[in-house]
Design a protein. Structure first.
Length: 386
């Protein structure tokens, strides 16, 4: 590795450390209430690249994504507690998937509406956005790489993924007071909420940080992702549908999920998920460095497209809640678990029903599990109409 590559890595690592440090500091964390750390980790390298400080064509940027993204996905999924999610019950899980189906349907409809404005080649960007709004940032990045979404398309999608979910979260919190009215209209089975408390209890062992533990976790992630890449090379390819790297993303996700049901899940005690997020944010910084501020001119139109997606999503959830007589609490939490993710779904859950933040967290984790697959499927549906 040459000196220029090392310098780029150092700059990206410094950006990530600075943003995460400020977002956790008592005096500066309020700065991130509207634009979260994940946005700045992407935006600042993009700004440095636009100013010529980082070469967006540097090969090291693509290598970071290719090698580190599978590692981060493996670490994030190997720590999932599937049993805790299943304990939520069929109704809560059903509401989540109804919301996810609404996101997918809304994404395809929105793409068809705005295709002539933004361009038919934006199908892959809409697919990546649907992965985020059925899962989270990790899923969005995974689908971005699986589809090879161009940076000029991905950059405005990041802006949409930042602004729309926070506006939607504000709207959900604003109507929390209407919960009794909505429950009467939906003929809700309120007893479901009483049963959710014990089911959603989360037992989490404290993390014991050590040099040996961190080294082992990183070696595990490296070997696992390398194995997935080697197997992916032996699988059949479908032109313009699934590539070797797309197979790698699918395989490493399945491997992480399978291992989460074994004693390997105990790697969480050595900080596996925290390391997974650190690696993911570094990958996001590298992706941002390959983009340019000139690529976000279409963001305003795409924000409107995002509004259409969320509107269809809300219609699906309300219809599903009326048919299943689900509490409005589950409508709001399932929606934020889809659109917002693990950072904000517990907040909405706590606002609606104090003490049930864990319901939002578990549904959002469910999104992390399925978001990549749903995003790939939705992207291919958009591509059909492109």
């Amino acid at each position: 590795m040459d000196a220029r590559s090392l310098l780029i890595i150092a700059v990206l690592a410094a950006v990530e450390a600075l943003v995460l440090g400020l977002s956790r500091h008592e005096r500066t964390r309020r700065w991130f209430d509207f634009l979260p750390p994940v946005f700045w980790i992407y935006f600042l390298p993009m700004l440095l690249s636009t100013c010529g400080i980082i070469d967006p064509q540097a090969k090291i940027l693509s290598r970071v994504t290719t090698h580190l993204l599978p590692m981060s996905l493996l670490l994030l999924l190997v720590t999932v507690d599937l049993k805790a999610i299943l304990r939520l019950g069929a109704l809560a899980v059903a509401m989540f998937f109804i919301g996810a189906l609404g996101i997918m349907a809304g994404t395809v409809l929105s793409f068809r509406i705005f295709k002539n404005t933004v361009g038919g080649d934006f199908w892959s960007g809409f697919g990546a956005l649907s992965a985020s709004w059925t899962g989270g940032s990790a899923n969005m990045i995974a689908v971005k790489e699986a589809f090879g979404v161009p940076d000029r398309i991905f950059a405005p999608m990041v802006v949409v993924d930042t602004i729309v979910p926070y506006v939607w979260m504000g709207m959900l919190i604003a109507v929390a007071g209407l919960q009794p009215v909505m429950d009467r209209w939906l003929r809700s089975r309120r007893e479901v909420i009483d049963a959710l408390g014990p089911r959603a209890a989360i037992k989490q062992a404290p993390v014991r940080w050590s040099a040996g533990g961190v080294t082992f976790v990183l070696m595990f992630a490296g070997v696992g992702s390398l194995l997935a890449r080697q197997v992916a090379l032996m699988l059949p390819l479908v032109k313009d549908v699934i590539s070797p790297y797309a197979w790698t993303i699918v395989l490493v996700s399945l491997l992480g999920l399978a291992l989460s049901m074994t004693p390997v899940r105990r790697l969480e005690q050595s900080g596996a998920s925290a390391l997974g997020y650190y690696i993911l944010y570094f990958v996001l910084a590298a992706i941002g460095a390959k983009a340019s501020l000139t690529n976000i001119s279409s963001a305003l139109v795409l924000i409107a497209a995002g509004g259409v997606i969320v509107a269809v999503h809300a219609f699906f959830l309300i219809t599903g809640a009326w048919l299943l007589r689900a509490p409005f609490f589950l409508v709001a939490v399932a929606s934020q678990a889809n659109v917002g993710g693990v950072a904000s779904a517990p907040v909405v859950a706590e606002v609606y029903q104090p003490g049930l933040a864990s319901v939002g967290l578990l549904l959002a984790i469910l999104g992390n599990i399925v978001g990549t697959y749903l995003g790939i499927l939705c992207g291919q549906c958009c591509r059909f109409f492109s």
